[in-house]
Design a protein around this ligand. Structure first.
Ligand SMILES: [Zn+2]
Length: 249
């Protein structure tokens, strides 16, 4: 009986090591995902910034052109005003008046356009500043995450190495046929590999084991498998009884 308990204990220890190894390997795959998300977010914002800069360039060019046109036509108007004094022909006078009128109208229209454009520019410049701050914050977060990830992965790797050492030692203590059964199940089923039976229910698949098997397992003579899920099973009370003995000792 105590040999049986001893073997179960060793298998449970091995199981604990394997469970932690599985968790660590999952974590190792999950950890870089946050960083990937940040990188994608940053790329999106940088694209937005590029578009915004194109828009600002366009608006600035439009502004330059409008200011230039206003300036040019103002100059024309001024020149025409001076000329006007010297014209005696009525038809010519009216023609020039009309032309000046058109130029002034055009410039008023341009002034309005310029006002709207300046407003648009202002809004987009504010957007740019906001976006810039957002990008800077994200870059900082990314740098921090990167550093954290490096440390985290190193810690995980160190722990895995330690556990792999512990696993070797744990395996050395287990008789080869039992270890082969354990490894056979490990390669084919989801973790865990060895589970307790509580009140005749297998805690691996949560199905009752047949009464015959339950009687067998209580004897504590040989290591049994759950007839349903094939996991190695042990009777919970053997273990707690053993622990109680220990506590009293
Ligand atoms: Zn089962």
């Amino acid at each position: 009986m105590s040999k049986y308990i001893d073997q179960i204990k060793k298998l449970v220890t091995l199981q604990e090591i394997d469970t932690e190894l599985i968790e660590l390997k999952n974590k190792m795959e999950e950890s870089p995902k946050h960083l990937e998300n940040l990188k994608n977010e940053l790329e999106g914002l940088e694209d937005q910034m590029e578009q915004l800069e194109d828009r600002l360039k366009l608006l600035n060019n439009q502004k330059k052109k409008l200011e230039h046109d206003i300036e040019e036509d103002s100059h024309k108007i001024k020149k025409s005003k001076n000329k006007l004094m010297m014209i005696s022909n009525t038809r010519e006078y009216h023609a020039m008046m009309r032309e000046m009128d058109n130029l002034e109208k055009m410039n008023r229209f341009r002034e309005e356009e310029l006002t709207n454009l300046l407003e648009d520019l202002h809004i987009n410049l504010e957007k740019k500043e906001e976006l810039n701050n957002h990008i800077q914050n994200l870059r900082d977060e990314l740098a921090t995450s990167q550093a954290t990830l490096v440390t985290e992965l190193k810690q995980i790797n160190d722990r895995i190495k330690k556990l792999e050492g512990a696993r070797k030692k744990a395996c050395a203590d287990i008789p080869v046929p039992i270890l082969s059964r354990y490894n056979f199940i490990k390669d084919r089923l989801h973790n865990p590999i060895i589970v307790s039976v509580k009140k005749s229910v297998c805690t691996g698949c949560f199905i009752s084991i047949p009464p015959q098997s339950f009687v067998e397992i209580q004897k504590g003579e040989q290591i049994l498998s759950c007839p349903n899920c094939q996991r190695l099973i042990y009777w919970e009370e053997h273990f707690s009884a053993e622990n109680q003995v220990k506590e009293h000792a």
